[in-house]
Write a protein that binds this ligand. Structure first.
Ligand SMILES: Cc1ncc(COP(=O)(O)O)c(C=O)c1O
Length: 440
């Protein structure tokens, strides 16, 4: 049997089809190695997960030490020290409304965390909590947003490509327009638009809901939607509008969290946003499966004992890895590096956009950069096949990049936050030569 055969024979076709033709044997830092010893520069981080790099020695040591002591105890039934320690650390760094002003104090605010296993599970729990706290039942989300693949999270996902063949979804969900400046749904231009897409949330509530909105669920950057990057003041206005309607603000930091955008959390780019609940996963534990949501003390009180639980949630090994991961991000200069390297990479990509007509727009923050490819700059016809070609040609040259976007036409550059200047240069130079090769 070939090395790839077990996947095609024994995994669901939904997994086996469309896989990249690489059989991964090991990884370290920014390097992924296949079973034949071929090395790849990883510029997708396992879908934006290994922010601190693959197999970071400090994170592995913390996980190993924990594994020697305790693998599982059901941390929702018994006290496990490392779980409490991680919750305390999250209370320090998560900018919920009570935490914002006291982030650096010795005693963190009593922001409360709940641990689970994935981004979807975190969003499910966050919605439950918002409903219980407000006594309301409806949710507002955004067109082109993505929040997971459970029925509840698909119901608030604004992308037919993710939802097809599974409807009908849950009722009580309304969608606001995407803050997608390159393809503005209102045909306006920032800043003269005065953030009309945020103001339109008033209409979303008036027209599509019964006024019983528990929460607005929103990503600071719409990652799967195509690294759609709203102006920083979008979240400020959208958040205050939703608060005026009595809805809570659930910030989905599953993809933007843990340094990815050049701040610990993506919402920190937007001034004066009162975060009620924040959801996290992906970059929280450098590859160990862990999800979480954090809420202010007052909101968290709405869930009473037995209202919510996750058997594996708060696994001690994953929590130990997350604690070490946060320490690595903070004291190995990774967030500073994200700003430095991200800035350089953005400049290089923008220079490519001047040269290659295929690039319609370059956008993002920190090391979360998207290049939206179009067949024609006037019609903006999405160039999805070309995006796939770019990914394949990059792989042939030893570099892994992602693709995404509602039209499948966005090349995603999301390397580990430890990427060096030389590696960034290699990424940009190779991308430029691949675009040269495509002749556009
Ligand atoms: C913003 C966002 N929310 C939620 C999810 C779902 O996370 P998971 O795949 O861990 O369930 C994703 C995954 O891509 C995401 O990008």
């Amino acid at each position: 049997m070939s090395r790839t055969a077990p996947y095609s024979r024994y995994l669901l076709p939904v997994v086996a089809q469309g896989l990249e033709p690489i059989v991964v044997a090991s990884a370290s830092g920014r390097t992924v190695v296949d079973v034949d010893g071929t090395e790849y520069l990883d510029c997708f981080s396992g879908i934006s997960v290994v922010n601190a790099g693959h197999n970071h020695p400090r994170i592995l040591a913390a996980a190993r030490a924990q594994m020697d002591k305790l693998v599982h105890a059901a941390s929702c039934i018994y006290h496990v020290p490392v779980v409490g320690q991680l919750a305390e650390q999250l209370a320090r760094i998560v900018p919920t409304s009570t935490a914002a002003s006291t982030t650096h104090s010795a005693e963190p605010p009593a922001t409360k965390a709940f641990f689970c296993n994935s981004g979807a599970e975190a969003n499910e729990g966050a919605m439950r909590l918002a409903k219980q706290h407000t006594g309301r039942r409806e949710i507002v989300a955004l067109a082109y947003g993505f929040h997971g693949r459970t029925i509840g999270t698909l119901s608030i996902t604004g992308n037919v490509a993710r939802k097809k063949n599974n409807g009908p979804y849950l009722s009580g969900v309304a969608f606001g327009p995407a803050p997608y400046c390159y393809r503005c749904p209102l045909n306006l231009k920032y800043p003269s638009c005065d953030l009309a897409c945020a103001s339109a949330l008033n209409d979303t509530i008036r027209v599509q809901t019964s006024g019983d909105v528990a929460a607005f669920v929103v990503e600071p950057i719409l990652g799967e939607g195509g690294i759609i990057t709203p102006p920083a003041d979008y979240l400020t206005l959208a958040g205050s509008i939703m608060h005026e309607h009595g809805a809570l603000l659930i910030i989905d930091e599953v993809q933007t969290g843990f340094g990815r955008t050049g701040r610990m959390f993506g919402v920190e780019h937007s001034p004066n946003v009162t975060v009620d609940i924040m959801t996290m996963a992906k970059g929280i534990a450098a590859g160990f499966p862990l999800g979480a949501f954090s809420a202010t003390e007052k909101i968290a009180e709405a869930m009473k004992s037995g209202d919510h639980l996750s058997t594996f949630g708060g696994n001690p090994i994953a929590c130990a890895a997350a604690l070490a991961n946060i320490a690595v991000l903070q004291d190995e200069g990774m967030i500073e590096n994200t700003n430095q390297r991200g800035g350089e990479l953005m400049t290089r990509c923008q220079a490519m956009a001047d040269k290659h007509m295929l690039i319609g727009e370059v956008r993002g923050r920190g090391l979360m950069i998207g290049l939206e490819l179009v067949k024609d700059r006037t019609s903006k016809e999405p160039a999805a096949a070309e995006a796939k070609m770019v990914r394949a040609k990059m792989r042939e040259r030893g570099i892994l990049v992602g693709i995404g976007g509602v039209f499948g036409n966005v090349v995603r550059l999301q390397p580990p936050l430890s990427i060096t200047a030389d590696e960034c240069d290699r990424l940009a130079t190779t991308l430029d030569s691949v675009l040269d090769l495509l002749g556009v």
